[in-house]
Design a protein around this ligand. Structure first.
Ligand SMILES: *Cc1c(COP(=O)(O)O)cnc(C)c1O
Length: 445
């Protein structure tokens, strides 16, 4: 792989050389991926770019260790240096989010959510989360997830304005008395009111779990309010907006030493046990090193500027698309995310996604509230600005991107809703020019 890692050790450079020499077939595929990322506008909400120094951790010899348990209490010998790495990752996670407790071992945010839910709830207990079609996540109680099968999952939806209706959440909480309420979403472009959720949780005698998987960077960067001291527990992914490796975090704030509404062990103890031994085995040593590196970057002042640019770009993109006649859900955004109702213009989300991809623009089809009751239908398209903002693009480029997307989506021809070849070439050309002007930082040829 020919990423020139700024600050890489000679070891990682040698490792990359060895791969190129020993396995040219695989190496060519990895190089092609790098080229693809450089030449594509990744306007997706669920990704960010890892800095080369984060990627280098994944290629380190720490990956050869196997360990279970926590620093100082391992079930395997030879973990002294890993202990130091994990302690560093934990302290950086706490610093980045102003948390008092952090567990850096979850292999993903889904694993983190399962660990938390299975430790706070018994099978059959009631869980209240945002409905999947309203933007919630599978692990918040969807029937397609174990969380919907092992718990009595109740879902809140959105009000007619597309916003969370706290009266509805409160009514459901007082009627069903959930043990856990989840405040978090995968496709909701507005800020959560964590104090309002906490007041409802307290009234109902429930734990509040904030899942900031999508918005963790905006929270750490001070753009969105932090749930850390309002929720009993907060979970996130590390690769979506934190520029980190695939993985998750569990965080807790002021109440990490309390046991919460159901009593029992202090939360910090319970959460550690929930990850290991209750739901995971060995940890991912190189992944934890990569989390430590990414979290150091998240805590640096430049990250606040990036977070502000991500949000500014998203507002501009939403306004530009609305100005071009597209129905933007909730009328705008407070996050990195812009949701379009493509079906309002007669276009299924899947066809929109494919046409944009053919022109070098990535945005994913998404179920939106109008799809409720129609399995398999996706009427929406979800855009995000994390990657473009990391490449340094600002409001002017967002207006340009909106025009390009609009041109593609307005030109699909029946049957099959495909983009005519001439137009595809001309948009691809403009996409390539933008990508050249705004290269991926740190990834040189
Ligand atoms: C993506 C997402 C998850 C799952 O994250 P993974 O790290 O991919 O398992 C959990 N919750 C929300 C709200 C998400 O958007």
């Amino acid at each position: 792989m020919s990423i020139t890692a700024v600050g890489s050790t000679s070891f990682t450079a040698l490792a990359a050389e060895a791969l190129a020499d020993e396995d040219p077939e695989l190496n060519a595929l990895l190089d092609a991926e790098l080229a693809g990322q450089r030449d594509t506008l990744a306007m997706v909400a669920y990704a960010s770019l890892a800095a080369p120094s984060v990627l280098a951790c994944g290629a380190s010899a720490l990956a050869n260790l196997t360990a279970e348990g926590y620093p100082g209490q391992r079930y395997h010998p030879g973990c002294e240096r890993l202990d130091a790495v994990e302690e560093l990752a934990v302290s950086r996670a706490k610093a980045a989010f102003g948390a008092r407790y952090a567990n850096v071992q979850p292999h993903s945010c889904s694993s983190a959510n399962l660990a938390v839910l299975f430790s706070l709830l018994d099978p059959g207990d009631t869980l209240l989360g945002l409905d999947l079609d309203s933007g919630g996540h599978l692990t918040h109680g969807s029937p397609a997830s174990v969380t919907g099968r092992y718990f009595n999952a109740v879902a809140y939806g959105l009000g007619p304005d597309g916003l969370i209706d706290h009266d509805q959440v409160r009514d459901l909480a007082l009627r069903h008395r959930p043990k856990v309420i989840v405040a978090g979403a995968s496709a909701y472009p507005r800020a959560f009111d964590y104090p309002a959720f906490r007041a409802i949780a307290d009234e109902a005698g429930a734990y509040l779990l904030a899942d900031i998987s999508h918005i963790a960077g905006l929270v750490a960067g001070g753009v969105l309010p932090s749930p850390i001291d309002h929720a009993h527990v907060t979970t996130t992914s590390t690769y979506k907006q934190l520029g980190g490796p695939r993985g998750g975090l569990i965080l807790s704030g002021a109440e990490h030493l309390s046991s919460g509404p159901s009593g029992g062990l202090p939360l910090a103890r319970r959460l550690d046990r929930a990850v290991f031994p209750a739901s995971q085995g060995t940890l991912h040593p190189a992944g934890i090193a990569a989390k430590a590196r990414a979290l150091a970057l998240v805590a640096a002042p430049e990250f606040r500027e990036l977070a502000a640019r991500i949000a500014l770009d998203a507002r501009e993109l939403a306004a530009a698309l609305a100005g071009l006649g597209w129905r933007v859900l909730t009328g705008g955004t407070e996050t990195h995310m812009v949701l379009l109702d493509t079906a309002a213009r007669g276009l299924p989300g899947g066809a929109a996604e494919r046409a944009l991809e053919s022109a070098g623009i990535l945005a994913n089809r998404n179920r939106i509230p109008r799809d409720a009751g129609h399995p398999g239908r996706t009427s929406g398209l979800r855009f995000g600005t994390n990657v473009l903002a990391q490449r340094g693009m600002g409001p002017a480029e967002m207006r340009h991107c909106a025009v390009l997307a609009d041109r593609v989506l307005n030109s699909l021809e029946a049957p099959g809703l495909v983009l005519p070849a001439g137009l595809r070439r001309s948009v691809r050309h403009e996409v390539a020019a933008l990508c050249t002007r705004f290269p991926v930082p740190g990834y040189s040829a």
